[in-house]
Design a protein around this ligand. Structure first.
Ligand code: NAD
Length: 283
C-alpha cells in the first residue's frame, strides 16, 4: 500500500485565500505578535506567521523584546494589547526565556484575543465541545486537514500519542467532539505498541523521533505526524520514519508540509474569528 499524502501546504494556501477573501470586506484586522529574546527557531516561526498574515490581509504588529525583559514589563504590554481596540488577536511566541512565568503571561491575555487558544477559558470551551471556541491551532489544523481530505473520524478508533496541553489533550477533546473513540498515550503508557496497533487514526505528537515503530501501525491506518525535528544537516523531519510508515498507511502527513502550515493557517482563522466575534459579525 502506498499512502495518500495529506498535503498541509496546499490546504493552508486554500485557507489563506478564503480568509483573504473575507478580510477584504472587513475593517483591517490586526494580530499582535510578541517575541521575547533571540531564539532562532522562534524568530523563524514569527517571520512565517507575519508573512502568512500579510497573504491573508491581516496586519501583524510585531513587538520584539530583549531576552532580559521583566515579567512586569511583559504583563504591562499584554494589558495594553488587551485594551487596544485596534488589536484583534494576541500571540506570545513560546518558549519564553526561563525567568518569565509562561502560564501567568498566557493567562493574562483576554480569552477573546487569545488566538493561540492556550487560555484556560478557551481550552475549557474546547473540552465542552463549543464549536465557536478559539481552539489551539495545531489540533484545530489537524482536524481541518482531515476534514478537507474527506476523513470522518466518527465511530473510529483514534490513538493520540502525547498529552501536552497544546497538542495531545485538546486534540483528544476535538476528536471526542467528532465522535471518535479516543485513546491518549504518554510516557507511562504500559504497551504503546498494542495501543498504536488498534488505531484507525493515529496522531503522533511526542517530540521523540522513532517513538512509534512502523511495524506497529495496522495497514490502512490514517497517520498524522505532528513532530518537528531539525536534523544536523538542517532538514526537517517528524516523529515518524516516513517511508516505512507511508507503506502501511492509507494516508499520511509529510514533515515538512503537513501539520506545520496548518497550524499557521489556524492562527489566521482564529484571528479572523476573534475579529468577527469582537465586532458582533459572523463568518
Ligand atoms: P511535549 O514535550 O509538551 O509533549 C510530548 C508528549 O509526548 C508528552 O505528553 C509525553 O508524555 C509524550 N511522550 C513523550 N515520549 C513518549 C514516549 N516515548 N511514549 C509515549 N509518549 C511519549 O511536546 P508538544 O509541545 O506536544 O510537541 C510534540 C511535538 O510536536 C514536538 O516535536 C513539537 O516540535 C511538535 N509540534 C509541532 C507543531 C506543528 O505546528 N507542527 C506544533 C506544536 C508542536
Amino acid at each position: 500500500m502506498t499512502a495518500a499524502q495529506l498535503d498541509g501546504t496546499a490546504a493552508a494556501a486554500a485557507i489563506r485565500e478564503e480568509i483573504a477573501a473575507r478580510t477584504a470586506n472587513l475593517p483591517q484586522l490586526s494580530l499582535a505578535v510578541v517575541l521575547v529574546g533571540e531564539d532562532p527557531a522562534s524568530a523563524v516561526y514569527v517571520r512565517n506567521k507575519e508573512r502568512a498574515c500579510k497573504k491573508a490581509g491581516i496586519r501583524s504588529v510585531a513587538h520584539r523584546l530583549p531576552a532580559d525583559t521583566s515579567r512586569e514589563h511583559l504583563l504591562a504590554l499584554v494589558a495594553t494589547l488587551n485594551a487596544d481596540p485596534e488589536i484583534d488577536g494576541i500571540l506570545v511566541q513560546l518558549p519564553l526565556p526561563k525567568h518569565l512565568p509562561e502560564r501567568e503571561i498566557l493567562d493574562a491575555i483576554v480569552p477573546e484575543k487569545d488566538v493561540d487558544g492556550f487560555h484556560p477559558v478557551n481550552q475549557g470551551r474546547v473540552l465542552l465541545g463549543d464549536r465557536d471556541a478559539l481552539a489551539p491551532c495545531t489540533p484545530a489544523g489537524i482536524m481541518e486537514l482531515l476534514r478537507r481530505n474527506g476523513h470522518d473520524v466518527s465511530g473510529r478508533r483514534a490513538v493520540v500519542v502525547g498529552r501536552s496541553t497544546i497538542v495531545g489533550r485538546p486534540l483528544a477533546a476535538l476528536l471526542i467532539s467528532q465522535n471518535a473513540t479516543v485513546t491518549v498515550c504518554h510516557t507511562k503508557t504500559a504497551d504503546l505498541a498494542a495501543e498504536v496497533a488498534r488505531a484507525e487514526y493515529l496522531f503522533v505528537a511526542a517530540g521523540r523521533r522513532g517513538v512509534v515503530k512502523p511495524e506497529w501501525i495496522t495497514p490502512g491506518c490514517v497517520v498524522v505526524d505532528v513532530g518537528i525535528h531539525r536534523l544536523d544537516d538542517g532538514t526537517l523531519t517528524g516523529d515518524l520514519d516516513f517511508a516505512p510508515c507511508a507503506e502501511r498507511a492509507a494516508a499520511i502527513t509529510p514533515v515538512p508540509g503537513g501539520i506545520g502550515p496548518m497550524t499557521i493557517a489556524m492562527l489566521l482563522a482564529n484571528t479572523l474569528r476573534a475579529g468577527l466575534l469582537r465586532r458582533g459579525l459572523t463568518e
